[in-house]
Design a protein around this ligand. Structure first.
Ligand SMILES: O=C(O)CCC(=O)C(=O)O
Ligand SMILES: [Fe+2]
Length: 314
């Protein structure tokens, strides 16, 4: 049985240049080349916060549909998603810039006009803490490719997005497919789930493996834009969610996403005789539009698995 690598980010002195940093960095690089993802233990999110994020998430999904629909976004697939015939078990709401206080507050006010400070505080501190893990992993990635000089440009061209997701348990006649096969539209995704498993990852040699994280671990995964930016050095795994059992699954996705107008283009240092350019430069907003169209047009739901190759392959 293949098991995803587990990497420990506990160390107090996890600073670039230290011995422990370099050790963790090489584990990160190896896992992302081989699997495109790994399990991460990260202690900056307290047990209390881990518990609260699911409590507030449940309260959010318990709101009437009319209220949840108020979460609209100018970017496709960034508002409310639910009641989709392709993926009937799935529901989600996105919070753009959830690590920034006034954005978290604006989202909260839209759904709870009378105020709900516990919700706002929880999503903001969860996002703020997880952005630290995102930054550590991004720095390790760039350093391990010798591309650290692009760190500021790389980080300044991304936004954070928090997506709260619920998958209800399937009735006996319903599909078990919670979310169909796809690769992510983010540079990096950090997932956290309640005790209900369901996430599966396709390995490079074509085997579906269950990702069954413990309450202590987050899943860190590469998405299409970073796969393209690294000119294929890092793998972006196909994944899906299969719902078995009788309990609802809540999961929290924390995404670092290129800004709408940002052009994703592999740096010249990563293109050479042994690594010819895999993808033409592309604007993230246009790529997201293709994903949105695929989402609406396919029976299978997400269905944007080959967007990168179809539209931008060299
Ligand atoms: O719920 C999960 O664990 C996976 C969600 C996911 O793949 C996504 O939001 O892109
Ligand atoms: Fe995903």
């Amino acid at each position: 049985m293949i098991k995803l690598p587990e990497i420990d980010f506990f160390h107090e002195d996890l600073k670039s240049g230290t011995l422990v940093w370099n050790q963790v960095k090489s584990q990160v690089h190896k896992a992302l080349v081989e699997y495109g993802c790994f399990k991460a233990s990260f202690d900056k999110i307290s047990i209390h916060l881990k518990k609260s994020i699911f409590e507030v998430s449940q309260e959010l999904f318990d709101l009437p549909l009319q209220t949840k629909l108020k979460n609209i976004s100018t970017r496709p697939l960034h508002g409310y998603i639910g009641q989709c015939p392709q993926i009937p078990l799935y529901e989600s709401l996105c919070i753009d810039g959830a690590n920034i206080h006034n954005k978290a507050e604006k989202f909260t006010q839209t759904l709870w006009p009378q105020g709900k400070s516990s919700f706002c505080k929880t999503i903001q501190s969860y996002s703020e803490q997880l952005s630290k893990l995102d930054q550590i992993v991004n720095r390790m990635i760039l350093e391990s490719l010798g591309m650290e000089k692009y760190m500021d440009e790389h980080m300044n061209s991304t936004n954070y997005l928090l997506r709260l997701m619920k998958y209800k348990a399937p009735q006996s006649s319903e599909t078990e497919m919670g979310m169909n096969v796809h690769t992510d539209r983010s540079n990096l995704t950090i997932l956290y789930q309640n005790q209900v498993n369901g996430l599966q990852i396709l390995t490079k040699d074509g085997q579906w493996i269950n990702v069954d994280p413990t309450p202590d671990t987050f899943i860190v995964m590469i998405g299409d834009p970073l796969h393209a930016w690294t000119n294929g050095r890092l793998h972006a795994p196909y994944h899906r969610v299969i719902m078995r059992g009788k309990e609802a699954r809540y999961s929290i996705g924390f995404f670092s996403i290129p800004k709408a107008g940002h052009i994703i283009k592999a740096p010249k240092e990563l293109v050479d005789e042994d690594h010819s350019l895999l993808f033409k430069p592309f604007v993230h907003a246009e790529y997201l539009d293709f994903c949105y169209r695929a989402f609406n047009n396919t029976k299978e739901g997400m269905g944007c698995e080959s967007i990168l190759k179809t539209y931008y392959g060299v």
